[in-house]
Ligand binder design. Structure first.
Ligand code: FAD
Length: 378
């Protein structure tokens, strides 16, 4: 739906990925007649470099917004975690995950936002001015009392409000491609952590798509001494030898991790998803947190105190996890840590569930969890 030349809006959302679409939908659920403009530099149906793994938590978050974005044939019910020393834990999860190419998944969410009443425009935002109670974008072309920056890991909105970007250990780099699924392979979501120390996150994944291909990729912290493209490709091949990568186009992108986050709101400009560095530092999960943060920001945007209400909601839901993962991330380089976690997951189904809740959802480990891990150190 074109914006019809209108300048003034109740809410403008920059970026129509999962975070932006969720923000627009949540705002319109709270106030159906609100005028919500969703801007993206790319046309409808754009792709996003990603593992395409949609956690059950993301699906539940969307359901709570009244959006049904996944199909049964796209589900994958088994998760396998392989530690740096090769030990592995696998289990059928209570609710399945999904693997959906992002061009498809994101288009479903954007369509849901447009059906809810958002208007979509293709425009690249390069300027933002905060003047009194309003924010103007794209050299004054559009204006609203509240703007949500959902423009991904290289967020321009974040830069324009003066928040620094992630780097070093708080930023990961990853490549991914679509390899033919080997005959007879199990339909599982596999994450395999690397035994080579990198100074932070480093693992490969293999997530089967419903079209006969598997999304394979490898990512590591940008603090790693060696993080050239050639190195990433070598490690991908070494960790997933069962895949034929010959001729597979591998594309790269960055992941800003929660261990260093900007302020969630500056005045009435709110940051969500990757623009707010909300990717889990252990698993690389970012779609659930993009949708959850987008929904919280969308609800807060039309309230009397958008920035304060959004920051409080984000803190109440994820604050404990962010504090804890930031601490635990400091010891992730010791293979013993991940190997212990995998061993606990293999021997104790309750711990496997807890790993998924912390790695994919909004939970934090309890003292009782940490004590249970202690039993599996050696
Ligand atoms: C290789 C890789 C693998 C990953 N695998 C997974 C996975 O399997 N599961 C998972 O949960 N997470 C994964 N992630 C993380 C996940 O991709 C992100 O966390 C998620 O896409 C964040 O959603 P978002 O809406 O915040 O940002 P995005 O999806 O990046 O959307 C941002 C939108 O903003 C638009 N935009 C950018 N700049 C501007 C501008 N100046 N003006 C207007 N529009 C703009 C872009 O076109 C884009 O549509 C992976 C990330 C990478 C890099």
């Amino acid at each position: 739906m074109p914006s019809g030349g209108r300048r003034d809006w109740d809410l403008i959302v920059v970026g129509a990925g999962p975070a932006g679409s969720a923000a627009a939908i949540a705002a319109l659920r709270s106030k159906p007649d609100a005028r919500v403009l969703l801007l993206d530099r790319a046309p409808f149906g754009r792709d996003k470099v990603c593992g395409d793994g949609i956690a059950p938590h993301a699906v539940a978050e969307l359901e709570s917004l009244g959006v049904h974005a996944v199909r049964p044939e796209e589900s994958v019910a088994t998760v396998r975690l392989i530690g740096p020393s090769g030990g592995n834990a696998g289990a059928v999860t209570t609710s399945p995950g999904y693997v959906i190419r992002r061009a498809v998944f994101d288009a479903r969410l954007l369509r849901a936002a447009m059906v809810a009443g958002a208007e979509f425009e293709v425009a690249k935002v390069a300027s933002l001015e905060r003047q009194g109670a309003s924010v103007t974008l794209v050299n004054g072309r559009w204006r609203a009392p509240v703007v949500i920056g959902a423009d991904g890991s290289n967020s321009v909105v974040r830069r324009l409000i003066g928040e620094p970007t992630n780097h070093g250990r708080s930023l990961a780099v990853a490549i991914r491609g679509y390899a033919p699924t080997p005959d007879g392979s199990k339909r599982e979501l596999t994450i395999r952590w690397d035994s080579q120390r990198s100074g932070g996150l480093c693992y490969a994944w293999a997530f089967p798509v419903a079209d006969g291909t598997t999304n394979v990729g490898y990512g590591l912290s940008s603090a790693a001494k060696e993080h050239s493209r050639a190195h990433l490709e070598r490690r991908l091949g070494a960790l997933l030898p069962e895949f034929d990568l010959e001729g597979v186009a591998l594309t790269g992108h960055t992941l800003p991790l929660t261990v260093s986050r900007p302020r969630p709101a500056v005045g009435n400009v709110l940051l969500v998803g990757d623009a707010a560095s909300l990717i889990n530092p252990f698993t690389g999960e970012g779609i659930h947190s993009a949708i959850a943060s987008g929904a919280m920001a969308g609800r807060a945007a039309l309230s009397s105190a958008p920035g304060a209400n959004y920051a409080a909601a984000l803190h109440a839901r994820f604050g404990r996890q962010y504090r804890q993962t930031t601490t635990l991330y400091r010891i992730i380089d010791f293979p013993l840590v991940l190997d212990t976690v995998i061993r606990a997951g293999r021997n104790d189904p309750r711990m496997f569930d807890r790993l998924l809740e912390v790695g994919l959802g909004d939970a934090a480990f309890t003292l009782a969890d940490l004590a249970r891990f202690g039993r599996y150190v050696f």
